[in-house]
Design a protein around this ligand. Sequence first.
Ligand code: CMP
Length: 140
Amino acid sequence: MSNRTFTMIKPDAVKAGHIGNILAKIADAGFKIVAMKMTRLSADTAGAFYAVHSHRPFYQELVDFMSSGPIVAAILEKDNAVEDFRTLIGATNPAEAAPGTIRALYAANVGENAVHGSDSNENAAIESNFHFAGCDMFAY
Ligand code: CMP
């Protein structure tokens, strides 16, 4: 799974109408979409997805935000996918994100930061399997 990563376009970016621009940046950077859906997370599902952060002070804010509106979830394929995607999206805090990165372009603050990207190959597999069944991941 080292050539795959998992992403979500978060409620802020969906609401602002940035789905198309963000998907274009992803495609232009050489990622292939192998699974994708638009959905809305319940508070329970968002809480389970971010359970690793459950002891952090921002956890409830994160769960509330991630369940506040529709998201786009996707699995992306490319050599060195996890690292290259994190470079493409920029730092978690958009104020620190490099110019031209997705978060620098479309994110407002560290909480509402437009996109999620897996931070390791192991988490890419866990997060992909959290959102998608194997039959909804495509090789083409
Ligand atoms: P993400 O890459 O989806 O993974 C965990 C998320 O927690 C992160 O993006 C941020 O949106 C959020 N997060 C991290 N730090 C903070 C913070 N200090 N305040 C609010 N949200 C945060």
